[in-house]
Design a protein. Structure first.
Length: 72
């Protein structure tokens, strides 16, 4: 599976949990090259207190409206 990001963020795709976003990124978009069902998403943070700032959404192909992911 390949995917692209809006700004080519290498820290998202380097498979190294010790590299992080060092910019003040407000939003990151990931576009999958094929439609697949996602049953989970893994997010790694240095400070668990930052988890409340993360919001996940998805967007159907051909739509411009983001849809909120259900809360656990």
């Amino acid at each position: 599976m390949n995917f692209t990001t809006s700004g080519g963020e290498s820290w998202l795709t380097d498979n190294d949990d010790t590299t992080c976003n060092t910019e003040n990124t407000q939003s990151v978009s990931v576009t999958l090259d094929t439609s697949i069902p996602l049953s989970w998403v893994r997010v790694v943070v240095r400070d668990a207190g930052d988890l409340h700032q993360i919001q996940l959404s998805h967007q159907l192909s051909g739509s411009s409206t983001p849809l909120a992911c259900p809360s656990p």
